[in-house]
Design a protein around this ligand. Structure first.
Ligand code: GAP
Length: 453
């Protein structure tokens, strides 16, 4: 249950996201388009750090996973075979009083009577199925034959390219194909900021295996995925594993877990980890007439592999990272007076900017030149930000507010003006503890690299 304090916290997070350039409402100057969001200069860095890290641990650091990047526009037959054309829908209700549309499960109930969550109206239509896919036409003829869809998940192109990927990678079971990319769903009621959007990104892995390995691998991937969230700064106690019940699970799945996170608006799904059996490949083999079988050279058996799928939302994870990182504490200002400090405690690995670099004074040529030397030294290895405007305390606060884990200040000691032994050293300040250490510029890259890896 979320409290008024949680709602207030969420409001502050949304406002910070706009003010500091993480996330903007899409098409804002034209009044906005509901359920669509644009990532600003810092948001795009955060999102990339997340995707790059997922790719690193899921593809580059493993021998048993290859990547792919499929087209967004998808052949109708693919989504017919997968069941999306027929069944990818939510039950929708209209309120006749305020004309709003809702998913059936979003209605509120008072004294056993369903009501509109918007106006409280009780004059509601019956539920009807609303297909969530965005339909379009490919080519000049806008008729039945040219219908295509914006993919509602990245998974289907992985299944459709299973045989090609297998042949070129020469992998043996069990092995996986990973993909990060956009997916589109015409959600009836997008809400909770970016949590439920109409355009979003997924990080999906289809891990193919023998039938007898499916249940064990489901457990393995659930644990791997929990470790992943911890390694990007989401603590285990805020993560919850929900076993999806037989009634809620897709009919072809033998086991599904939802990994949930305690958002300020309640406990909600970040990722699904599902054992999908051989359903998807079987469906595509049947519909396309092309063999999607695997040939086991040792046993000489031919069969359709089963699959375990960890499917994570990029945007939801970005939102979880921001919600988890947001905090307000008390810190002394320039004159030692305590003030409220807004901090994003991002894990350094996820932080959009890794290091702020400041000359103590902007009108001192020696300090400025040295600070720019430090920028040039670090820039090829990490995203850094040079700032010379305002008092040093203010500059620290600005970096704290966007989650920059380290700041370097070039001062008169750096120029060797006070003590020759301190020449070419700088202060390195850590965001969370606010502790400062003196470090040689020549040691800076190594010291920062281990902390942001
Ligand atoms: N291939 C399986 C699949 O797509 P899903 O549970 O429908 O499963 C996987 O989606 C993940 O994609 C979700 O756990 C969530 O993180 C993300 N996701 C789904 N719908 C979303 C939406 N409307 N907005 C943002 N993220 C969404």
């Amino acid at each position: 249950m979320s409290t008024p304090a949680d709602a207030q916290r969420m409001e502050k997070i949304v406002s910070l996201c706009k003010r500091r350039g993480f996330i903007f409402q899409s098409s804002e100057i034209y009044g906005g388009l509901n359920g669509l969001w644009d990532y600003g200069p810092l948001g795009v860095e955060l999102k990339r750090n997340l995707k790059n890290y997922w790719w690193r641990v899921t593809v580059h650091e493993r021998d048993d996973v290859v990547g792919m990047d499929g087209a967004i526009l998808t052949h109708r037959e693919v989504l017919k075979a997968s069941g999306h054309v027929e069944g990818f829908s939510d039950p929708m209700i209209d309120c006749r009083t305020c004309k709003a549309h809702f998913r059936f499960d979003q209605l509120i109930e008072k004294k056993g009577v369903k009501q509109c969550p918007n106006c409280g109206g009780k004059d509601l239509t019956d539920a009807r199925q609303f297909n969530l896919m965005f339909e379009t036409h490919v080519g000049a003829a806008a008729d039945e034959s040219s219908i295509a869809y914006l993919r509602p998940e990245t998974a289907q192109s992985i299944f459709v390219q299973f045989k090609n990927s297998l042949e070129v990678s020469r992998k043996k079971l069990p092995f996986g194909i990973a993909q990060i990319g956009k997916a589109f769903r015409n959600e009836i009621n997008p809400r909770n900021f970016t949590f439920r959007s109409r355009e979003f990104e997924q990080m999906e892995l289809e891990y193919f295996c023998r039938a007898e390995e499916g249940m064990k691998l489901l457990e393995y991937w659930k644990e791997e995925r929990l470790k992943f969230y911890e390694s990007i700064g989401i603590p285990r106690e805020k993560l919850h594993v929900k076993t999806v019940s037989d009634e809620e699970r897709a009919f072809y799945s033998k086991g599904t877990y939802d990994i949930e996170y305690d958002f300020p608006f309640g406990r909600q799904e970040l990722e699904g980890v599902a054992y999908r059996t051989d359903y998807d490949l079987s469906q595509h083999q049947k519909a396309s007439g092309k063999s999607l079988e695997y040939f086991d050279e040792v046993t000489k058996q031919r069969f359709i592999p089963h699959v375990v799928e960890p499917s994570a939302g990029v945007d939801r994870t970005v939102l979880a990272l921001i919600c988890e990182a947001y905090s307000e504490d008390q810190a002394p200002d320039e004159k030692g007076k305590m003030e409220t400090r807004v901090v994003l405690h991002f894990h350094p690995r996820m932080a959009p900017i890794k290091c702020g670099i400041f000359p103590l004074l902007k009108n001192n040529e020696g300090l400025v030149a040295k600070a720019k030397e430090v920028v040039d030294h670090l820039r090829p290895h990490m995203f850094v930000f040079y700032d010379e405007s305002g008092a040093i305390g203010r500059r620290y606060r600005r970096q704290d507010e966007i989650g920059t884990p380290f700041c370097v200040t070039v001062d008169f000691e750096t120029l060797g003006e006070k003590d020759e032994k301190l020449r070419d050293t700088v202060t390195l300040r850590e965001r969370d503890s606010m502790k400062q250490e003196r470090i040689a510029i020549s040691d800076l890259l190594a010291a920062l690299s281990v902390r942001i890896a």
